[in-house]
Design a protein around this ligand. Structure first.
Ligand code: NVA
Length: 310
């Protein structure tokens, strides 16, 4: 059966741990596996802006022995010029896997249903599971391996309704983390995602909480993470999103409430002075460059895992 990574819980807790361990092995030696030797192509499609995702997937596919086939979403116009279904048939017959950054999760699911090859979510409006996988690798890197993840407290503050919030809930619960989302009342996570995360946490020994002050969210936390207040596609809402998140800004005072050795994470791009101060983002507890590098290792491990089961 072809396996996909459309949302964080497409990997079971055991599988997620194996992928994290393989990613840590790729950190030590970038050429330990070559599942794409041939070279076989991986289509990497962008309907939204990108930096880290483009660099890490193209580099990663090349390092796995494959050919990174960049598809410009503006030219392909998937879902407008040509249906998702027709595109899936065309691309799926030629490549080993499809990596797609787009808006609607339902389009990604349709691609996965019809392409006949593994499909990877490179960010949708609903989830950003590759980033959370990289963040878990980063936590494992700094805290003694994948086995050390379960039981850690992971605080995410900011927009509780965005893709990062949803992926931290699902991916964090899968890893057995205690996930706290600190967000204003008007920006709650999707109820179904929250329920799914609670169910997973009950199996892994983790937990999930949504709170409405930054103090409650970060108190004693092992990780403090945040994200932009205005996600890609929400540019029209920028003005109305200026004020509600201000109390959730990650500054030195908020960070002082977390564990003394807490790690600071941000998926980037960061807006210094908005969701996080420059002092914290560029400070000694920040691991944002490790997170960005770990996109490469995490995605290579993920592609290897999926391709070996395709
Ligand atoms: N929530 C952000 C994540 C960027 C990597 C966005 O969707 O724009």
């Amino acid at each position: 059966m072809v396996r996909h990574f459309l949302r964080d819980d497409d990997l079971t807790p055991r599988e997620q741990r194996q992928v994290i361990e393989l990613a840590l092995a790729f950190r030590d030696d970038r050429f330990i596996r070559s599942p794409l030797v041939g070279p076989r192509a991986v289509a990497i499609i962008f309907d939204k802006p990108t930096l880290r995702t483009q660099v890490s997937f193209t580099t990663g596919v090349a390092e796995l022995g494959g050919y990174p086939l960049l598809v410009d979403g503006k030219l392909a116009q998937i879902g407008r010029r040509e249906s998702v279904a027709d595109t899936a048939h065309v691309i799926g017959r030629q490549v080993a896997a499809i990596v797609w950054r787009t808006f609607e999760q339902a389009h990604l699911a349709e691609m996965a249903e019809l392409a006949g090859v593994p499909v990877v979510n490179a960010l949708t409006d609903a989830f950003h599971p590759c980033q959370v996988l990289a963040d878990l690798v980063t936590l494992a890197q700094h805290r003694g391996g994948a086995a050390a993840l379960a039981g850690s407290t992971f605080a995410y503050v900011g927009d509780g309704a965005n893709n990062m919030a949803h992926s931290y809930l699902l991916g964090g619960a899968t890893a057995g983390l205690h996930v706290r989302v600190g967000t204003p009342a008007g920006y709650l996570p999707d109820a179904q995602v929250l329920e799914d995360a609670r169910r997973i946490a009950a199996e892994t020994g983790g937990s999930v909480r949504v709170v409405h002050t930054i103090e409650e969210a970060v108190a004693g936390a092992d990780v403090v993470a945040t994200d932009t207040w205005v996600s890609m596609g929400q540019e029209d809402e920028a003005a109305e999103r200026e004020t509600p998140f201000v109390p959730f800004r990650v500054d030195a005072a908020a960070l002082a409430l977390a564990a003394p050795d807490a790690l600071v994470m941000h998926c980037l791009p960061a807006y210094r002075g908005k969701e996080i101060t420059a002092e914290v983002l560029d400070g000694p507890q920040s691991v944002v460059w490790d997170e960005a590098e770990n996109r490469l290792h995490a995605q290579k491990a993920l592609l290897t895992y999926l391709l070996e089961r395709a």
